[in-house]
Design a protein. Structure first.
Length: 144
């Protein structure tokens, strides 16, 4: 794993939360995006080398809606940048971690993603991210 790619924060209202983070960080979101496959709307902020992703549910059965119903708004996940998501998934699977998907899937901000089950990571949802190769064949469902 190379570095923390971003911290994901679950929010109820993306517009209100964007206003809050714009004031907090002193700059607007650099990107907003719908990720249809995850039923989520996202906004990305950058401060120095660090990124924050705000996530708001677009459907009642969204994983973000479920998270907020159980835990309220707040930190949802920590994402790590990886060189080769396939190799990293295999390494972690062999090390005994539970992966929430068998194959990487398209995510926001032009990434391939995979999540690790929080039961095996001290209650923290971990996301693996790799910059998407435009020539790679994936099932893209309406996201950037």
């Amino acid at each position: 794993m190379n570095k923390i790619e971003h911290i994901g924060i679950a929010v109820k209202d993306l517009d209100l939360s964007c206003d809050l983070y714009e004031k907090l960080l002193g700059s607007p979101a650099y990107k907003r995006e719908l990720v249809a496959s995850e039923k989520v709307a996202t906004a990305f902020f950058k401060t120095g080398e660090n990124k924050i992703e705000l996530l708001a549910a677009t459907a009642e059965n969204s994983p973000i809606a479920t998270f907020i119903a159980k835990k309220g708004e707040g930190i949802h996940h920590i994402a790590f940048d990886v060189e080769d998501i396939y190799a990293e998934m295999e390494r972690l699977r062999k090390a005994g971690f539970i992966l929430l998907n068998d194959e990487p899937k398209p995510g926001a901000d032009h990434k391939l993603i995979c999540f690790l089950h929080p039961k095996g990571t001290n209650g923290v949802l971990i996301e693996l991210c790799q910059e998407r190769n435009d020539t790679e064949k994936i099932n893209d469902t309406g996201n950037g």
